[in-house]
Design a protein around this ligand. Structure first.
Ligand code: F6P
Length: 465
């Protein structure tokens, strides 16, 4: 069964677990997610995707989805608890995001991380054709490239980290830092979102492993592991087409009417995650209402907060805090039938999302740290009218590309307030040069260009082997 020539390996399969349990298998398209990003690259290619189906326990064989062959990796309850919720999302995730919440360390989580990485490597080794390209995704699987190489040195192995790669001071806190670096170095090419991450990785490899580093990458075991920055993107043409649709334009107008016909609509769309800066943003908004610089119902905030990692304590606590604060703002500044914050803790389909983007005068994307943030790019792509303003955190990877946005430091509440007011004061019916420049950028640097540049670099990295 070694016949797959392009294999993507990611923590999760790109299917919607809720729908799958009812026998409906569709590609999981959550805003800004990995499945969303890779969909246009893989549909109708002879690709195989290896990952977890989203529920603990055995998974029956799955049908192909959008032409992609799916191979489930089984995770037990304790794998989910100790690998996914534990090491991946309570140790690595917070540490890689500036430790905005403290990273938690447990030795049994490391055992699970190794065990699960080995399982993904074993599945991949079984199905990949001789010389196949295997593209490993993200921080859940950092040990896997080396585990796979040990079994299948014939493979061309790429690794891409979607999240930030932290500065040495933070990474050095990891008790298993050496093993994590060695695991990644099993790849032929390691891709990051930003050049800064490449520098961080080089510094760490030199310091922890005492290896030689040059502009190509890192030398290890007599080979060069190439490194580079490949900022991930979106299917720009698809979002443009969707946002131009009459149905979406009508929906956007209806949304504004349903919101009470405000003069200005602020929109945020986030996974409910402490890295997204939701609390900082709500605080800024509440103060602006309290100061009288913004007024309801003239201005309203629509906050879409998609539930995420709900069994991890930090996420449960965050949800409680956010919902309490939304309640407080509405209690203080809303009126009967008029909310100050329209809070929606649910997943939206692509059409509704496009309508929200078109309805919003200001899109506020203000994470404390984010690998990229594809929602920011989607908003820009959706503004086919050239209007709208993007308020963007300088700590999102997207800020390195969308430099014409209203850039903010989300920790600076006064700065956040002033810049939000400035963005709201712009005429929302007037196309701007800033939006035009950002739109040109996402058109030239779409997801297809990202995949092409990564896979071409991987081919080049393997050429001299
Ligand atoms: O942004 C990192 C990421 O892992 C994405 O790749 C993924 O789509 C999202 O977070 C949600 O992840 P999950 O629900 O698998 O924890």
């Amino acid at each position: 069964m070694r016949d797959a020539s392009l294999v993507v390996v990611a923590s999760r399969l790109p299917i919607n677990d809720a729908a799958a349990s009812e026998g409906v298998f569709e590609w999981r398209r959550s805003p800004g997610g990995l499945g969303e990003a890779l969909h246009p690259v893989l549909i109708n290619t002879p690709a195989t995707w290896i990952g977890w189906a989203g529920k603990p326990g055995p998974t029956p064989p799955l049908p192909d989805v959008d032409g992609v062959h799916l191979i489930p990796v089984e995770l037990t309850d304790s794998d989910v608890r100790d690998h996914y919720e534990g090491f991946a999302n309570s140790t690595l995730w917070p540490l890689y995001h500036d430790a905005v919440e403290p990273a938690v360390h447990h030795r049994r989580w490391w055992e699970a991380y190794q065990r699960v990485n080995q399982r993904y490597a074993d599945h991949t080794a079984r199905v990949a054709a001789h010389g196949a390209v295997v593209w490993v995704q993200d921080y859940h699987l950092q040990l896997m490239p080396a585990m796979l190489r040990a079994q299948r040195p014939d493979l061309r192995i790429g690794f891409f980290l979607h999240v930030p790669f932290p500065p040495p001071e933070l990474f050095m806190q990891l008790p298993r830092r050496t093993e994590l670096l060695r695991g990644m170095l099993g790849a032929d090419l390691i891709g990051f979102q930003r050049t800064q991450a490449v520098h961080n990785f080089h510094q760490l490899a030199a310091k922890v492993l005492d290896t030689t580093v040059d502009e190509r990458g890192v030398q290890v075991d007599g080979r060069v592991v190439y490194t580079g920055a490949f900022p991930v993107s979106i299917d720009t043409a698809e979002m443009e087409a969707l946002a131009s649709h009459d149905e979406v334009v009508e929906k956007a107008a209806k949304l504004r009417a349903d919101l009470g016909g405000p003069r200005r609509v602020i929109l945020s769309v986030d996974r409910l995650d402490y890295t997204k800066g939701i609390e900082h943003r709500l605080k800024a908004y509440r103060e602006l209402l309290a100061d009288g610089r913004l007024k309801v119902p003239e201005t309203v905030l629509v906050q879409v907060a998609i539930p995420s990692r709900e069994r991890v304590e930090q996420y449960r606590l965050l949800r409680d805090r956010v919902e309490r604060e939304v309640g407080r703002i509405n209690g203080d500044f809303g009126r009967l039938g008029v909310a100050a914050v329209h809070y929606l803790s649910q997943v939206f389909d692509r059409t509704e999302l496009a309508a929200l983007y078109r309805a919003a005068d200001v899109m506020a994307v203000t994470p404390l740290r984010d690998g990229m943030n594809l929602v920011a790019k989607e908003y820009v792509a959706a503004r086919v009218d050239g209007c709208g303003a993007l308020l963007l955190s300088e700590f999102a990877g997207a800020a390195a590309e969308l430099t014409q946005a209203y850039l903010v430091n989300p920790h600076d509440v006064e700065g956040l307030k002033d810049t939000l007011v400035e963005a709201l004061e712009a005429d929302p019916t007037e196309p701007t040069a800033q939006m035009a420049a950002m739109r040109a950028h996402v058109r030239d640097h779409d997801i297809q260009a990202w995949a092409r540049s990564y896979l071409t670099a991987l081919e080049a990295a393997c050429a001299g082997r």
